[in-house]
Design a binder for this molecule. Structure first.
Ligand code: OAD
Length: 306
């Protein structure tokens, strides 16, 4: 019997049953997935870095104007991500990938927590790149250092890697304090360009606003979404779904009959959902292990040390 109202279901048991009978499952993840690991989201509370909106620093133009400021922002994010640990939400998704070969996970997160939770790279697409890839700002050059975990990345960026007790504000995060003065030549330089007598800066290997997604990734995802067998369930986890092309996948999946499950503590995230869909108004780290329990069993989190 269909429900007589159009609000999405919040029934965990009903979702578990649906997932058990589903074959193709697509997830789109955002910053909310890593919130329980202590990493700030982009929009809403915590969306400001000093007095800059996080998104205003995520452009090639911002980097050209003030590479030291943009590097400090990313150096701080690298440091935070390295200190953070994957949470139960990352582990639950990684487990689901082990149990369902027709599960594809798209993440907008660049923090590397999903790979660190053991999420198979074949079943995970990092749409917005990776904080730990460092590449030449000059696109023609193509130099890239994958998975560079050095912290601080260079001595000039050390102020972004300082640890302060919780009751003290880190000077770098206090807009009343000036940002450290860093000369351009003290920022990370591209070694390949240097060898050919040019000077180019290295930059974080993330996708900035106005830039294309990594080569071939969009096409690959489009092919997966458009396969003959339609997607049964689309999970939208911890994302404001405000940035395209990522945000378009839920619509594309729904048009082909998928049921949508939104996992987001913000009630407004249920906009556009119908009674066929689900909204779990909760922390992703808390609810994902429950939602997947029928498939992955009781989630066991490996000892992550100190
Ligand atoms: P946003 O900061 O826009 O949205 C985070 C979402 O997570 C919000 O809808 C929150 O309500 C939700 N949320 C917060 N805590 C949560 C929790 N514990 N569990 C589940 N959900 C929670 O982040 P994104 O949607 O990821 O792009 O942002 C998308 C892209 O915009 C980012 O990848 C980045 C940004 O600008 C680029 O830098 C290109």
């Amino acid at each position: 019997m269909p429900r007589a109202y159009s609000r999405p279901s919040t029934d965990i048991a009903e979702f578990q049953k649906l997932l058990k009978h589903s074959d193709r499952v697509l997830a789109l993840c955002g910053a909310g997935l890593s919130a329980a690991s202590g990493l700030p989201t982009f929009r809403g509370a915590g969306g400001l870095w000093r007095n800059h909106s996080a998104t205003s620093l995520a452009t090639p133009e911002a980097f050209k104007d003030d590479p030291a400021l943009v590097w400090l922002f990313y150096a701080w994010r690298r440091h935070m991500a390295l200190k953070a640990k994957p949470n139960a939400g990352h582990y639950a998704l990684a487990e689901l990938a082990k149990h369902n070969k027709n599960f594809m996970c798209l993440t907008q997160n660049v923090d590397g927590l999903s790979p660190r939770a053991g999420h198979s790279p074949d079943m995970l697409r990092m749409l917005h790149g990776n904080l730990f890839d460092v590449k030449c700002f000059d696109k023609q050059c193509g130099y890239i250092e994958p998975n560079n975990l050095r912290d601080p990345l260079c001595p000039a960026l050390a102020p972004a890697s300082e640890d302060y007790p919780a009751d003290k504000t880190m000077p770098l995060l206090d807009p009343k304090q000036p940002t450290p003065k860093i000369k351009r030549e003290d920022l990370p330089q591209c070694p390949d360009c240097k060898r050919s007598g040019k000077t180019s800066l290295l930059r974080p290997g993330v996708v900035w606003f106005g830039e294309a997604l990594p080569d071939g990734m969009l096409e690959e995802v489009d092919v997966w979404v458009a396969k003959e067998r339609a997607i049964d369930v689309m999970l939208v986890i911890g994302t404001a779904a405000a940035v395209y092309p990522a945000a378009g996948y839920a619509d594309a999946a729904r048009k082909r009959g998928a049921r949508i499950a939104v996992i987001n503590p913000d009630r407004s995230a249920r906009a556009g959902l119908t009674s066929r869909d689900f909204h779990f108004e909760a922390d992703a780290a808390e609810v994902l292990p429950k939602l997947f329990e029928g498939i992955i069993g009781k989630l066991e989190i490996p000892d992550q040390g100190k």
